[in-house]
Every structure is written in structure tokens, then in C-alpha cells.
Ligand binder design. Structure first.
Ligand code: ADP
Ligand code: GN1
Ligand code: MG
Length: 366
């Protein structure tokens, strides 16, 4: 793809010298772009992304949320004497002073400074990294503890409303647009058997028993940058889904993704398990940084949230498979079905380890 015209829409330093596709996510298109400066040998790099507006119907609102959250984080980082260049994403403005660039073909693009000396991992390679991710996600929640959720747009309404996700799943099963349901009978039954638990968190939120907070909403391990030297978490990236929600969703999604060393696309389900040692490392880090802001119920429900978000994610993959792969990017037929299967294997594994998961929370709660 020729990014030359897009690059001209932003205030970058130096001369554009090349781009590299950096696509690991299921939604947006990401590039690392390089610039050279006169008289200097080393290149400067940035992150450039095309926002998927099939998923994010209102990209301007997405960027407004991100801008507000970054501003809040920056104030806190200054207050704590931290490093503004590393501990948060920093937006590169467009030539007309906006936080995104709308190109003539109506696509929305945005750019960030590249956070050097760090990288993300698709799969957890070291328990210490995952402990660090727990601290980083916990710290993110803590820094946003006093940010009013009502100041943000709900850019994907009902994003983690598991009851609504269940209704969407049932609709997809009933419509069965591509005649795929017969291939996934077992998976459909697996979800239906667990229906009685899908409303628990949304009901508690509605009844005022759990606090609405500002959360990240997509805490996959590859959204945590890890310092190359120290192995500590540097910051959370991929802020598209920062929205009001439950702290439990961020904990749950991190466990769902990070404790499965086989990845979301694994075919051999015997390799897909929830690694209890990694779970423990994450809990230790997460409770170290959030222990004093979480309520009793929030702490008690952590193992349940890990289970529920995994079931929800599996349901979303299965729904998309039944609908014809219209939401998550796929590179082959059946990929969303496979992803659903890995999630259900994890759910099943967590059910057998549930008491141990609860004991670990007890061990680290403050
Ligand atoms: P996606 O929606 O494709 O998941 P992300 O925003 O997560 O997009 O970016 C993809 C990857 O790019 C991340 O996993 C991370 O490794 C890297 N990345 C994103 N932003 C930065 C940044 N500002 N500095 C360095 N690396 C980044
Ligand atoms: C999507 O964009 P990415 O790959 O980080 C999805 C998440 C899912 C995840 C599953 C906006 O995240 O909700 O948990 O895939 N993001 C959106 O891998 O739907
Ligand atoms: Mg990402």
C-alpha cells in the first residue's frame, strides 16, 4: 500500500523513507513508518494506523476518548515524576491540528510516537513479563480511578455486555445464514449450557453492586509494551476501546489471552490450557497495583470474570463464524470456528481449576 499521501496528512519530523506492515490484531491495520533527518544516520519511527470503521462506527468519538484519556494519564505521570514519552501513547497531530487524519477516500488514520526500547509479545515468554503486565494493567486502572466514566463515549455499545453477546449468538444460530450451524452443534450446546451465568456481572452493575470505571477493554498481552532491558511493563497501547466498563473485564481478558500458551488459533486443543502458574503471576502483579482501589466484590469475582470473558470471547468468535466472518479478520475459512474452540477449551479448563484460581486470589488480596 502506498502510504505517501497518508503520511503527508500528519506533522512528522524528517523525510518519509519507508513502511512496514505490523498486523497482529483482528481489527485495525497497523504500520511502522520510518523517517530520516538531514545529516543524521539513525531513523525515527512512528506507528500509523487505519481505524476499521466497520467496527468503530464513529472514529471521531474513538479518537476523542483516546485524547481525553491520554491527557489524564499525562497529568498523572507528571504528578508522579514519570516518563511522558514512555508511560503513555502520544498522538501525532494531523496537519490541520486534529488527532486523526481523514483521507479523501474516507478512511480515518491516526499516528503515535513509537515507544523505543520496548516490544510486545504475541505469547507470554516469561512469567516475569506476565507479572509485569498485571502491574501495568492494574496501574492503568488506578491512574484512571478518578476519571469520570460519563466523560467518555460508548463507542461500541454493550461491548462486554455478556447477556447481549449471548442474544446476538442466539440470533446468529437461528438465522444460520451460511448453513454452518450443523458443523458446530457441540459448541452451540456448550454455550447454551452456561446461559444461567452470562448475566451475573451486568446485573450487579445495573443494581449498583459493582462500580462503573474507565477501562481499557482489550487487555491482550500483545497490547502491553515490555521494556527490552528490565522486562517491566512500559505502558498499555491499543486504546481504541477505552470506555466505561468493569475493572473485572480487563482482568478477565488478560487472563483469557495470556495464560493460554498455545494462542487463539491453535488446532491441537490438547495444547490449550489455562496455565495456573502464569495466572498466579498476573494476579500477584495486578493486586499489587489495584489492591487498594478494588471493592470486596470486585476482588472476589476475579476468577469468575476470567471464566466469563473467555466464554464471551468464544461466543463472539462463534457468532462471527455463523454470520460469515464479517467482524474479525480471517485468513482462512473456519478460523473463527477454531478460535471459538480454543476459547471453549479454556473455559472448560478453568472450570476444573476454579477452586485453585480462588485460592490464589485469597493468597494475594490485601
Ligand atoms: P491492533 O489493533 O492491530 O492490535 P495495536 O495498536 O495493538 O493494533 O498495535 C499493534 C502492535 O504495534 C502492538 O501490539 C505493539 O507491539 C505495537 N505498537 C503499537 N503502538 C506502539 C507504540 N506507540 N510504540 C511501539 N510499539 C507500538
Ligand atoms: C479484537 O483488535 P484486537 O485484535 O486487539 C477485539 C477484542 C477481542 C480480540 C480477540 C474492538 O482485539 O475485543 O477480545 O480481538 N477487539 C474489538 O482476540 O472487537
Ligand atoms: Mg493490539
Amino acid at each position: 500500500m502506498d502510504l505517501g499521501n497518508i503520511v503527508e496528512g500528519f506533522v512528522f519530523e524528517g523525510e518519509f523513507s519507508g513502511a512496514e506492515k505490523y498486523n497482529f490484531g483482528h481489527i485495525n491495520e497497523t504500520y511502522i513508518i520510518y523517517f530520516t533527518k538531514k545529516g543524521k544516520r539513525e531513523k525515527q519511527r512512528y506507528i500509523l494506523q487505519k481505524i476499521n470503521h466497520n467496527v468503530f462506527k464513529n472514529p471521531e468519538q474513538v479518537m476523542e476518548n483516546i485524547e481525553k484519556v491520554i491527557r489524564h494519564l499525562q497529568d498523572k505521570i507528571i504528578e508522579n515524576g514519570g516518563d511522558l514519552k514512555r508511560e503513555t501513547l502520544n498522538i501525532i497531530p494531523s496537519v490541520d491540528g486534529k488527532c486523526f487524519y481523514r483521507c479523501p477516500r474516507d478512511n480515518f488514520w491516526r499516528a503515535y510516537e513509537y515507544i523505543e526500547g520496548s516490544r510486545s509479545y504475541q505469547i507470554v515468554e516469561s512469567p516475569y513479563h506476565f507479572y509485569s503486565a498485571g502491574k501495568t494493567i492494574g496501574k492503568f486502572q488506578k491512574l484512571l480511578h478518578d476519571f469520570p466514566p460519563s466523560a467518555l463515549y460508548d463507542t461500541i455499545p454493550g461491548f462486554h455486555d455478556t447477556r447481549k453477546r449471548y442474544e446476538d449468538f442466539l440470533e446468529a444460530v437461528n438465522k444460520d445464514l451460511l448453513d454452518r450451524a450443523q458443523k458446530v452443534h457441540g459448541e452451540i450446546d456448550f454455550v447454551k449450557h452456561r446461559e444461567d451465568k452470562v448475566s451475573l456481572l451486568v446485573n450487579m452493575l445495573r443494581e449498583g453492586k459493582l462500580p462503573l470505571r474507565v477501562i481499557h477493554n482489550d487487555t491482550k498481552f500483545n497490547n502491553v509494551l515490555i521494556d527490552d532491558q528490565t522486562g517491566e511493563g512500559v505502558c498499555l497501547v491499543d486504546l481504541d476501546t477505552v470506555m466505561p466498563g468493569l475493572s473485572l473485564y480487563d482482568f478477565g481478558d488478560a487472563i483469557r489471552y495470556g495464560t493460554n500458551l498455545a494462542g487463539e488459533d491453535e488446532h491441537d486443543l490438547s495444547k490449550v490450557n489455562m496455565d495456573l502458574m502464569l495466572y498466579e503471576q498476573f494476579c500477584r502483579g495486578y493486586l499489587e497495583t489495584t489492591g487498594d482501589i478494588l471493592t470486596e466484590d470486585e476482588v472476589k469475582l476475579l476468577p469468575f470474570a476470567a471464566w466469563l470473558i473467555t466464554l464471551e470471547c468464544g461466543m463472539r468468535f462463534l457468532t462471527d463464524y455463523l454470520n460469515g466472518d464479517v467482524y474479525f479478520k480471517v485468513s482462512r475459512e473456519g478460523q473463527n470456528c477454531q478460535r471459538a474452540r480454543t476459547q471453549f477449551k479454556l473455559v472448560w479448563d478453568m472450570e476444573s481449576k476454579y477452586e485453585l484460581m480462588k485460592n490464589i486470589i485469597e493468597k494475594y488480596r490485601k
